[in-house]
Write a protein that binds this ligand. Structure first.
Ligand code: C2E
Ligand code: CA
Ligand code: CA
Ligand code: CA
Length: 274
């Protein structure tokens, strides 16, 4: 048994080594990905539950790796955050998303994800101003998505930055709502325009608990005058329940997967009547 234990350990150690190795290689490639033009934004529509039609697209980052193909952001964003590369990558995302959106109809906004690490930067608000200036995008057509982990930083700089950004007319959404900690007190202290109900509550709406949670979030949104978005909507049944509960915007594969920038105008047409 002792021998077996040791070889199991060796197996795990080798497996860890291999994973670390892959990480290190990926990190090396990540350092040059920006200058090599390997990043791309894809766009997923948010549909207005009341009026119908697309009101916004969320910009989602893709890394087209020359050997490994498309690498998922869940794999490389954490790496970019650890290495600080997220600052330059995030700047590129913001600038590119604004530039794309400036060519869309006026009624359609763009939502950009911000990493908590990007808030360790006194010039973040200035970078937002610059992206708007360079693209010519109306600030009211830009939305920034942050997660509760930003708020856990409990930092005066975070609050100042959020207020500076909001004073520009840019909206702020709280992403993945319900998965973090002490959400309620944060909601009162920070100036959000929007709450995005996490996909995990939407995926199993048949579960009584999840409906209760969605209902509670809707109540919160109404009380605090924040609109509520449901993400991860995959079926017509989910759509019906969420609209019935009063969600103002819906996003998910039921409407469309994220698509290449060139398909945005076609999607706006196709989704005009949903
Ligand atoms: P997120 O911000 O919560 O984005 C939503 C994720 O759910 C996206 O995955 C999207 O493709 C996926 N999704 C959309 N609709 C459905 C659906 O109906 N069902 C299911 N199962 N999934 C759906 P993606 O593009 O792989 O992005 C993963 C995460 O990576 C994002 O989660 C976000 O946290 C991060 N991310 C993506 N782009 C950026 C970026 O530009 N900057 C930063 N900082 N993070 C990003
Ligand atoms: Ca998001
Ligand atoms: Ca989310
Ligand atoms: Ca997420």
């Amino acid at each position: 048994a002792k021998v077996e234990g040791r070889s199991t350990f060796r197996f795990f150690a080798a497996e860890m080594d291999r994973k670390l190795q892959i990480r290190r290689l990926l990190e090396l490639d990540l350092r040059t990905a920006l200058e090599k033009g390997q990043f791309e934004l894809v766009f997923q529509p948010l549909v207005d539950a009341g009026r119908g039609g697309v009101c916004c697209f969320e910009a989602l980052l893709r890394w087209n790796h020359p050997v490994r193909g498309v690498v998922s952001p869940d794999e490389f964003i954490p790496l970019a955050e650890e290495t600080g590369l997220i600052k330059a990558i995030g700047r590129w995302v913001l600038q590119s998303a604004c530039t794309e959106a400036a060519a869309w109809p006026d009624a359609v906004s763009v939502a950009v994800n911000l990493s908590p690490v990007q808030f360790n930067n006194p010039f973040l608000a200035a970078e937002v101003v610059r992206a708007l200036d360079v693209s010519g995008l109306d600030p009211r057509r830009l939305e920034l998505e942050i997660t509760e982990s930003v708020l856990i930083m409990e930092d005066a700089l975070v609050l100042t930055t959020l207020h500076q950004i909001r004073d520009l007319g840019v909206r702020i959404a709280l992403d993945d709502f319900g998965t973090g900690y002490s959400s309620l007190s944060y909601l009162r202290r920070f100036p959000f325009d929007k709450i995005k109900i996490d996909r995990s509550f939407v995926s199993d709406l048949a579960a009584e608990d999840n409906i209760a949670i969605v209902r509670a979030i809707m109540g919160l949104g109404q009380a605090l005058k924040m609109s509520v978005v449901a993400e991860g909507v995959e079926t017509v049944e989910q759509q019906a329940v969420l609209v019935g509960e009063g969600c103002t915007e819906l996003q998910g594969y039921y409407f469309s997967a994220p698509c290449a920038a060139g398909h945005v105008h076609g999607l706006i047409d196709r989704l005009r009547t949903v």
